[in-house]
Design a protein around this ligand. Structure first.
Ligand code: PLP
Length: 364
């Protein structure tokens, strides 16, 4: 009797396209295989004939797309004999590195900017038992130190400068093509270090070469649209910036590590970079929650905020099929969420039927 293969993670699923061998011990938490949710209410709300899907990466094991890269990076670190990994992080990389290190039975060190990490991400990293090193500086400063540390201590770097990270992350593009039967017309992403936009482009390009029945490889890939926070937008400025600021802490980065790869993705796809104010990002986050039931973290909403702006201006034309990556789960940043809902104070009433009935009827 045929039994269906249990899903055991993205390395197993896309094994032939990833740098593993038959004897590699896979370090996996069943990451990937995330839902591609078609928006139903927002296109109607904005009155545009567009097909928008969100790739909800917040449903990965530690709540962000970082798990796609981490399963590969930690698998390879273990294969190469590493006993410890290290990363600089705005929060999600540290949570992911910590979880996969536990799974592998090795140690994780994480450098985080003091006071600038969302509460849920800190809680995760503490629970997974990583060695947290808070630094009196931002992500870029931490990254700078991590890049030098490997020469001084026996630790493997699992930031996205580790090429295995992008290998794992490219599988998100494979999943989208597998599900839609082809690439979307536009793919919108939030951009921080720009590893993810680079990885998607690698994935689309690799898969496009195998897609049958279409005229040319260039027609089988989406136009890539990268959106940054206005206060942390080096790709829009065209140069590195020194004091990035945004409420979207996951993309509070002024010195992106995948600078050249991301420009390549932009140029080859005919895409663009643009920026959104914190206010626009938060409005898009709330809109996704309140009109679609999808709760992502602030940084993630930059993709939809950007898409909506470019749909509104006609830069992304009607009739387009668009995918927006929602990079992380909204539950990770409860402080921002609650501060966004100041008007929605819960009412407190007596604990009896009459009072509850009145509360319901009063607000219908
Ligand atoms: C890491 C991260 C990003 C930025 O991804 P890059 O690859 O650094 O551009 C965006 N959103 C969330 C939630 C993240 O964790």
């Amino acid at each position: 009797m045929a039994t269906q293969q249990r899903y055991t993670g993205l390395i197993e699923r896309y094994r032939s396209r990833l740098p593993v061998s038959a004897s590699t011990r896979l370090i996996s938490l069943c990451e990937g295989n995330t839902p591609l949710i078609r928006l139903e209410n927002i296109p109607r709300l904005i009155g545009k004939d567009v097909d928008i899907y969100v790739k909800f990466e917040g449903l990965n094991p530690t709540g962000s797309f970082k798990d796609r890269g981490m399963t590969m990076a930690v698998t390879k670190a273990v294969e190469e004999g590493s006993q410890a990994i290290i990363c600089a992080s705005t929060g999600n990389t540290s949570a992911s590195a910590a979880a996969y290190a536990v799974r592998a039975g090795i140690k994780a060190f994480v450098l985080i900017p003091e006071g600038k990490i969302a509460l849920g991400k800190l809680a995760q990293t503490l629970m997974y038992g990583a060695q947290i090193i808070q630094i009196n500086g931002n992500f870029d400063a931490g990254m700078n130190i991590v890049k030098q540390i490997a020469d001084h201590a026996p630790v493997a770097i699992v930031n996205s400068i580790n090429p295995f990270r992008l290998q794992g992350q490219k599988t998100a593009a494979f999943e989208i093509i597998d599900e839609l039967g082809g690439a979307p017309d536009y793919h919108c992403l939030p951009v921080g270090n720009a590893g993810n936009i680079s990885a998607y482009w690698m994935g689309y390009t690799e898969y496009a070469q195998d897609l049958p029945g279409l005229p040319a490889v260039t027609d089988r890939r989406p136009i890539m649209c990268g959106y940054q926070a206005a206060g942390a937008a080096p790709f829009v400025a065209g140069k590195m910036i020194d004091h990035p600021e945004t409420v979207a802490t996951a993309i509070r980065i002024g010195h992106p590590q995948s600078w050249d790869l991301a420009w390549k993705a932009q140029q080859e796809s005919g895409g663009w970079f643009d920026s959104q104010t914190d206010q626009q990002i938060l409005a898009a986050q709330k809109m996704l929650s309140q009109y679609e039931g999808v709760f992502c973290e602030p940084a993630s909403a930059a993709s939809l905020a950007g898409a909506l702006q470019d749909i509104g201006s006609g830069k992304i034309p009607e009739g387009s099929r668009i995918v927006c990556t929602l990079t992380g789960n909204g539950i990770k940043d409860p402080d921002i969420a609650i501060s966004q809902c100041k008007d929605a104070h819960p009412v407190t009433i007596e604990a009896n039927l009459e009072a509850v009935k009145k509360a319901i009827l009063d607000s219908m």
